[in-house]
Design a protein around this ligand. Structure first.
Ligand code: MEV
Length: 330
């Protein structure tokens, strides 16, 4: 009976600290109950046939055609696995890998990281490698570097470990603390419909920092303090939604100050606030992507959603404590 494996890895939102995290300040990310599913099947076709359901295209690395852009991160994962486990690499043949992401693409929800993490985990499992979450995370980070240039790594950490994490990347390496989080976290996610481009947003912030280093560094420091303040609430399990909302609003203002908001993001922020959000901020790289709103309770989330979805695509999301996993389906 041919083997069928399924891997799943969650998408994420950044609650606090995006952009500042690239410069060594802490950020907080939360895994979501939506993410990427990767199904691996044995097949009679030569090589590794990768099918992207969302884009409706497929690619076989053994063919001689140029690697399409969206498959470059997968190519990197295959190369690393072949380098690390040369005795197993030949087994990566006659398989089909179907990838489906249940999140809007380029929405700043970490779809590239959840895809890289689930793809890496399913391959390691198929090869019979007794892998750790650390190994999956390490390989997926290399795929993220192909997608985004010089990412902090927060997206692949949260996609691997799930829950809620405080993440810091310094020159000495990445550190994180992880907690489980209660499902009762009344959030609404609103998509602006404008694609966010992480690499470009990060580069624009880097240029601004070159022009006004002392000011931008002070903004990053403040963003880092906001993340620390929020993390204390999560760690001590004393979450005051009102204070958390205030911190989100302040963090959003600071992101606006470094130029990663936009007219459509501001429109969504004010729509959320007019509809009862106690906190609203962009999440991820910004410029486009998604905005998150925090509410007092789920009734308020539902009533805001009814109004906002007349104009923007809305999603109610819950935290997901389980990180990446692989299951045998047959
Ligand atoms: C990406 O989800 C968040 C940014 O901080 C970039 C990064 O951390 O690599 C904008």
């Amino acid at each position: 009976m041919p083997e069928i494996l399924k891997a799943f890895s969650p998408c994420k939102i950044i609650l606090f600290g995006e952009h500042a995290v690239v410069y060594g300040y802490p950020a907080i990310a939360m895994a979501l109950d939506l993410g990427t599913e990767v199904i691996l099947k044995e097949s009679d076709k030569e090589g590794v046939n990768i099918i992207s359901e969302n884009y409706g295209i497929s690619w076989n690395p053994n063919s001689y055609e140029k690697t399409p852009l969206i498959f470059k991160p997968f190519k990197r994962v295959l190369e690393i696995i072949a380098e690390k486990f040369p005795q197993k690499a030949h087994l990566l043949s006659c398989i089909e890998i179907k990838i489906t992401t249940k999140a809007p693409p380029a929405s700043g929800l970490g779809t590239s990281a959840s895809t890289a993490v689930a793809f890496t985990a399913v391959l390691l499992n198929y090869l019979g490698i007794d892998f750790s979450q650390n190994l999956v995370n390490e390989i997926a980070y290399e795929a993220e570097r192909v997608s985004h240039g010089n990412p902090s790594g927060i997206d692949n950490f949260i996609a691997t470990y799930g829950g809620i994490i405080k993440f810091v990347r310094t020159k000495q390496g990445a550190h994180f603390e992880r907690l489980d989080i209660s499902e009762n976290f009344p959030l609404l996610l609103v998509c602006t419909g404008v694609e966010r481009r992480t690499k470009e947003a990060v580069e624009a912030v880097a240029k601004l920092r070159e022009r006004a280093p002392d000011i931008v560094n002070r903004i990053f420091k403040m963003i880092g303090e906001i993340s620390e303040r929020a993390w204390t609430m999560f760690r001590e399990n004393r979450i005051d939604l009102r204070v958390l909302g205030d911190l989100m609003n302040i963090n959003h203002g600071l992101l606006s100050a470094i130029g990663v908001s936009s007219d459509v993001i501001e429109e969504v922020i004010y729509l959320l606030r007019e509809n009862g959000a106690i906190g609203a901020k962009l999440t991820g790289a910004g410029i486009g992507g998604c905005v998150i709103g925090l509410f007092r309770n789920w009734e308020d989330v539902e009533s805001a959603k009814r109004n906002i979805e007349k104009k923007f695509y809305c999603l109610t999301v819950k935290p997901q404590n389980q990180g990446v996993y692989v299951k045998t389906l047959m």
